[in-house]
Write a protein that binds this ligand. Sequence first.
Ligand SMILES: [Cu+2]
Length: 441
Amino acid sequence: MALSSALLPRVGWAAAASDVTLEIAPYLLEASPRHHFRTVAYNGQVPGPLLRMRPGQEQSIEIHNHSGDPEIVHWHGLYLPPSIDGSMEEGTPMIAPGGSVRYSFKPDPPGFRWFHTHTFAGKDLTKAQFGGLHGFVMIEARDNPGRYDREVFLALHDWGGHFEGNDDGFMNPVYDVSTINGKMLGFGDPLRVKQGERVLMHVLNSSPTEVHWIALAGHGFRVIALDGNEVQQPQTIAMLRLAPAERVSAIVEMKSPGVWILGEVRKHVQAAGMGIVIEYAGATGKPVWTQPEDLVWNYQQFAGRGTAPSGTAPGDDPAIPIVLAFDSKFQGHGNEELWRINGKSYPHTDEPVLTAGRRYRLIMKNLSMDDHPMHLHRHTFEVRQVDGSPEMHGLWKDVVLVRAKSTAEVEFLANHPGRTLFHCHQQDHMDRGFMMVFRYA
Ligand SMILES: [Cu+2]
């Protein structure tokens, strides 16, 4: 039996009234015996159930909201109509407290996706993405040849957030506890492996606000996909960087017997709990960590030439540029800043109009001192340039981290008519105006 199913009960696709039922309800998370968090979860577990779906095969999902607050479920990375994509700004109806909805759709595109709440948190750092409402979606054909022995799904998350002012008077969330699959390092089940195994790790950063850096002592990661889309040039690297909502799929060859730590590279975050023990069969002893000296990551190394995932093949016309400048308006000491796109905050942001069949190039100029993980709903984009890099090809994502005082450029084919939300995935930033909607003509 795959270890992933031992860690995360699967929801199958047995013929029934609906293929999957999600129960949204209050939940007490035990990150360790001394760290409990009152939150809300899907099906009484954090992360929620792993949903396996077949590409293009009708899937029905029933959702019951027992939480006492209106809820909404966003299907991150899927091509769904605005009525069910899971964003109020696109027109998806909220699920009332005590209410239920039933969705039916044909999952697309194939790959590692996820689902999560898309509500407002404001000053309450237990709500929306600060809580436990996130889960994995794997859309995969039955005949996946699998160059690996088994799959493991890992979600990185931060808990117990509160606002803290920095030297400039800006308020940012900081956290007491960080977890992998809801557990602090040393308190979850170890990942038990065998020598010679090839383990495909699907890592999701479900953190409301934090970028995370992950390494596995004694091992490298063979990165084969970013945001669920195969990369043109797989690379074996020592550490992964994941901005909020990003995913990395990497194969780890288990060829260094022992007991190791897979965890956050930054000491204070690992000390707050972000780690999991990797234990070879027959190995004993204290888990070993080796501290990397530098944080190293770049998107460019994975780019190359090649074909696009289904439905996103670039057309022949040159892309139409859309320039978006990001900045913030200081609201006074002790307040959070108001975030702006081209000088306007949601709901007053522009609504650019797209023509179906045309390609667009988002030129994102980050004038601010913060990094922003920018997410486009209902589409996949091609990352073409980041941090002053040369032009790139074939790197397909749905989130890109636009670093402070830098420009990033992405292109996408407007091939999914309907309202489309574009926003910073950092919860406190989107709550403070960092969103806009694209419309189709
Ligand atoms: Cu942001």
